[in-house]
Design a protein around this ligand. Structure first.
Ligand SMILES: [Zn+2]
Length: 571
């Protein structure tokens, strides 16, 4: 895949985040990558760009004070890591965009005197969608599990995309193809091949001003939306700020002076013979505070153009269909919890995820206790399975959700020790939990195909797996180790590479053994067996591997002599 090979700039920040690695926008590189992959799309995009430029030149902004409202949907592409950012962080991203586009940013006073006259209120507002393309009430946030979050090229857009003539699509990823974020111009995605590439990809740690992001990096979406509505970098069409030749390029905006572009915040900088607008959001200076009047005109021209269907986004009919012109609609109660398997005496924090416009909460924890609040903690004092119910209100209507067996509370010393298991029963005993983290369906399973002793074992059928970072968990219940002076864990496994001794068939799979002293609240890695070192127990097989006998199994005894693990709730 060509797009994944494009490497974007990485550099050290010169202000703000001392010594931190700062990434920049990858818009132009991704434009080039897209056109290199689709040469015929480049021709059409060139024509569409000329047409949009002509429209922009003639655009008068007749409805000067009309607010343009754009429905937005976020697609959080994650692999259960920190890139699965909170709703609060996403909302902070929207708030920053809206403040910047309405010239309501609290740091607008930082703009130096030479540019205060041209700093503009764009009068564009972004609202989270309340209704999905099928007409159903929706949070406006989709969460999709995929390892593509670690690559973040155009392929993430194939995972999920809502119609671009109804929604601005924003994909939040772990790695935005090496950049902070990127978006293509409307003219570049106007054609059929481009349509699937319309929207913004942004790194989770450059989304909003809290959580995994911060205030310094929070203007990334403001900048990328600028591209999405046809703004160029202040120096012109490239990802190469600082190049003196940029003085010969232009952003086709009258009131942004010609510049070679900045990766630092020198507000007195003059690179092409006049004072640069270093504080412009379309710079790489990381001190963006403003758009100009000229940029306002250019963006509003693009929003009034049929190019990439931008003019369809803010019609009254679309605002109604996407729910953004309506009051908050309370349509569904939903919640999550910090942990779902705990031990007696442990506490869990619950989080309301109901939508929209919730003002009151009533929680029933299923153990005879209840509480109010948006994110209450509750301590479970009895072992068992508990149904949890949340009832929410907006002052007028109510919605309620009961999750059956939502919390499992293990009793202290739930497993007899010393414990051993060769998995001979038809079903896995309740001493074990399996979790298919990647949700690919090929997790741990009982099998009669191979055994070291008896007739059965557990296996992961990995032959046809070509997904990187695939993860499957096998977790014990709790053991009372409070009287121990040493914990020993012995296990046997069989593993080989697929193929015929060719290096490219070798994969660095890992078998990792973790221990928890606190019933699973925290885990520490105690041992890792790697594909490139001691994991293989047999030579590579060009067919599905079944160990032929005990000689094709490895074994290991892990010793844990540390006092902090000698607890009542060891797992
Ligand atoms: Zn950019």
């Amino acid at each position: 895949m060509v797009l994944s090979l494009i490497f974007c700039g990485v550099a050290f920040a010169q202000s703000g985040e001392t010594q931190a690695e700062i990434r920049y926008c990858g818009q132009w590189m991704m434009e080039e990558a897209f056109f290199n992959a689709h040469p015929e799309a480049r021709e059409q995009a060139t024509r569409d760009a000329l047409r949009l430029e002509a429209e922009t030149e003639q655009f008068m902004d007749a409805n000067r004070d009309e607010l343009i409202v754009i429905p937005v949907v976020f697609h959080v592409i994650h692999y259960n890591g920190p890139e699965n950012i909170s709703e609060a962080q996403i909302m902070s991203g929207l708030e920053v965009m809206n403040a910047d586009f309405r010239k309501l940013n609290s740091d607008i006073d930082d703009v130096i005197d030479d540019f205060t006259d041209v700093a503009a209120d764009i009068e564009i507002e972004f609202r989270l969608a309340q209704i999905d393309p099928s007409g159903n009430c929706h949070t406006g946030i989709n969460r999709i599990v995929s390892p593509l979050t670690y690559i973040g090229d155009g392929d993430v857009k194939d995972l999920i995309q809502w119609p671009r003539n109804s929604y601005l699509n924003i994909w939040v990823v772990e790695n935005a193809n090496g950049a902070a974020g990127y978006s293509l111009y409307p003219s570049s995605v106007n054609g059929n091949q481009g349509a699937g590439n319309d929207g913004i990809v942004v790194a989770h740690d450059y989304t909003g001003n809290m959580g995994t992001s911060n205030v310094y990096r929070s203007r990334t979406l403001t900048h990328e939306v600028g591209h999405w509505i046809n703004l160029r970098h202040t120096w012109g069409n490239s990802n190469s700020p600082g190049d003196p030749e940029n003085c010969d390029m232009d952003d086709n905006v009258d009131d942004t002076p010609t510049t070679s572009g900045w990766t630092s915040c020198n507000v007195n900088g003059e690179t092409c013979g006049s004072l640069d607008n270093v504080q412009n959001y379309m710079e790489y200076s990381y001190c963006g505070r403003m758009f100009t009047d000229g940029q306002r005109l250019r963006m509003r021209a693009a929003m009034n153009s049929s190019t990439a269907q931008r003019n369809q986004l803010w019609t009254p009919a679309n605002l109604e269909e996407t729910g953004v012109s309506l009051e908050p609609i309370l349509c569904e109660a939903r919640f999550s919890a910090s942990r779902q398997t705990i031990c007696v005496g442990d506490s869990v924090q619950f989080f309301d995820e109901s939508f929209h416009g919730v003002s009151g909460w009533e929680w029933d924890f299923g153990d005879g206790n209840s509480a109010g609040g948006e994110a209450p903690w509750h301590t479970f004092d009895d072992a068992g399975l508990f149904d949890v119910t949340l009832t929410v209100t907006n002052g007028i209507n109510e919605q309620s959700l009961t999750e059956t067996s939502f919390i499992q509370v293990l009793e202290v010393g739930a497993m007899a020790t010393p414990f051993s298991d060769s998995f001979e029963s038809p079903e896995l005993s309740e001493d074990w939990f399996m979790v298919d983290v990647s949700n690919d369906g090929d997790g741990w399973e009982l099998t009669t195909v191979a055994a070291y002793t008896g007739d059965q074992s557990l296996r992961i059928h990995n032959w046809s797996n070509n997904i990187e970072f695939n993860q499957d968990l096998l977790i014990t219940s709790s053991m009372d180790m409070s009287q121990a002076s040493e914990i020993q864990v012995s296990y046997k496994w069989a593993y080989c590479f697929k193929g015929t001794n060719e290096d490219e068939d070798d994969t660095d799979d890992r078998l990792k053994i973790y221990a928890s002293p606190d019933c699973g609240e925290t885990w520490s890695l105690r041992r890792m067996h790697r594909g490139f070192t001691d994991l293989p127990s047999a030579p590579p097989h060009p067919f599905v591997f079944t160990p032929s006998g005990p000689e094709e199994w490895n074994s290991y005894t892990l010793s844990i002599p540390y006092e902090q693990f000698f607890t009542e709730n060891f797992r």
